[in-house]
Design a protein around this ligand. Structure first.
Ligand SMILES: [Zn+2]
Length: 417
């Protein structure tokens, strides 16, 4: 048994802060949560003293690419390095992300199941993973990796990460089955281009037709998988929402048609705005990417405001992989900078995020019965959200009751009167 005592608890449900709390942990789960004054601590309990600090659920990134390092073609295609070196970079990214307080990540493509198996086996440290494995798109879409010279990416010969290209409803159904076979927990697909897609195929250009998306969503549901859809704007964005995608990734141009947000609120579709990647694209990417990202910044912020007004659940996803790993909480800070309250932004990376990644039965809030995925920060993120990014302030990162980082002093149990 372990107990974290004295912290100001932000439980991830949006409830007000519980000051001077006690959280009891038995094995990998939370046994009890409440005010310290009302807690009964068993005599053999290991006490972690977090007095005056903030305790919150381990953070969740709903959109990451842990196996990607940057956007250069040679890096994306693995042309310059041995595969083993690439895998070790990925392992480092997993560890860095956990060290940043992220105990769960939904990987939106590029990470194969071996990394998840290594973490589950205890071979290596990293966040809890929900995998897309690869993105599904039609020929010419986001998953169709052809260079400007027309060359194909030979990496597709890796059977653990099959090509995501499929055309026509039947092929799309088969592709969903194939993704599930290689270990996909969620089916990621694309209905528009994006900031980083090839020149000539932009954020408002459509991929797939309604019959293909209908088949994809149906087949995913039949196999017990949610869907996440890369959709930035234009008719492809409307199609993704109308056909029942589980979450809209990016959704920058939602404000152009407020009707879409009503549909999303009605269907319980999550929005993952990924501001962090656009901040990156608008400053340091290739010229055509900088232009696209810069032009959508203002409407993207307006989309966030309208989504919140419409009652759409907005969740935090970084789209890391093209830029640095381990600064995932920059997205939470950006959500606040763009108009969410600090409490909303924390929910976006905890309670709501767990619902989005379909793990809310087990994680996302500090609630008795859930897994003990916890984070202790020496600071108050409600007053200064940036403290979540400050590694010096992270005092505890716990996943399933096991501390990965622990700088908390242990206290002596009070004798029972
Ligand atoms: Zn992505």
């Amino acid at each position: 048994m372990k107990a974290i005592i004295g912290a100001n608890l932000i439980d991830g449900t949006g409830s007000p802060v519980l000051s001077d709390s006690a959280v009891l942990i038995h094995g990998d789960r939370i046994e009890a949560v409440g005010p310290r004054s009302a807690a009964t601590l068993p005599p053999d309990v290991e006490i972690l003293d977090a007095t005056g600090m903030t305790l919150l659920p381990g953070l969740i990134d709903c959109h990451d690419h842990l196996a990607s390092q940057d956007y250069r073609l040679e890096s994306r295609w693995g042309l310059n390095e041995p595969t083993s070196l690439g895998h070790l970079r990925t392992a480092k990214a997993l560890e860095e992300t956990l060290a940043a307080g992220y105990t769960c990540v939904r990987d939106a493509g590029g990470l194969d199941i071996g990394f998840k198996q290594a973490i589950d086996e205890g071979l290596y440290s990293g966040p809890r993973l929900m995998l897309a494995v690869a993105i599904v798109s039609p020929t010419g879409g986001l998953a169709d990796r052809v260079s400007g010279s027309g060359h194909q990416n030979l990496q597709h010969s890796d059977p653990r990460i099959p090509s995501g290209v499929a055309d026509g409803p039947e092929a799309v159904r088969a592709k969903v089955r194939e993704m599930v076979r290689v270990g996909a927990d969620v089916i990621k697909f694309a209905t528009t281009g994006g900031a980083s897609s090839r020149p000539g195929h932009g954020p408002k250009d459509i991929e797939f037709g309604p019959d293909e998306v209908k088949a994809l969503v149906e087949e995913s549901k039949a196999l017990g998988r949610r869907t996440m859809c890369h959709a930035v704007g234009g008719p492809g964005l409307r199609m993704a929402i109308a056909q029942g995608a589980g979450s809209v990734e990016h959704g920058c141009y939602l404000a152009e048609d407020p009707d879409l947000l009503k549909m999303m609120a009605g269907n319980g579709t999550f929005l993952v705005p990924t501001f962090e990647v656009y901040e990156f694209h608008s400053t340091v990417s290739a010229p055509h990417m900088i232009e696209r990202a810069s032009s959508l910044m203002r409407i993207h912020q307006e989309s966030l405001h309208l989504a919140l007004e419409a009652g759409v659940k907005v969740v935090a996803g970084t789209d890391a992989g093209g830029f640095v790993h381990g600064d995932n909480a920059r997205e939470v800070e950006l959500l606040v900078e763009r108009g969410m309250s600090p409490m909303q932004a924390i929910q976006a990376a905890t309670g709501w995020a767990a619902e989005c990644v379909d793990l809310d039965k087990d994680i996302g809030t500090v609630t008795a019965g859930k897994l003990a995925d916890l984070l202790v920060i020496d600071g108050d993120p409600l007053r200064d959200i940036a403290v979540l990014r400050d590694r010096e302030k992270i005092q505890l990162v716990m996943k399933g009751g096991e501390a990965f980082i622990n700088h908390l002093p242990s206290a002596v149990p009070q004798p029972v009167a």
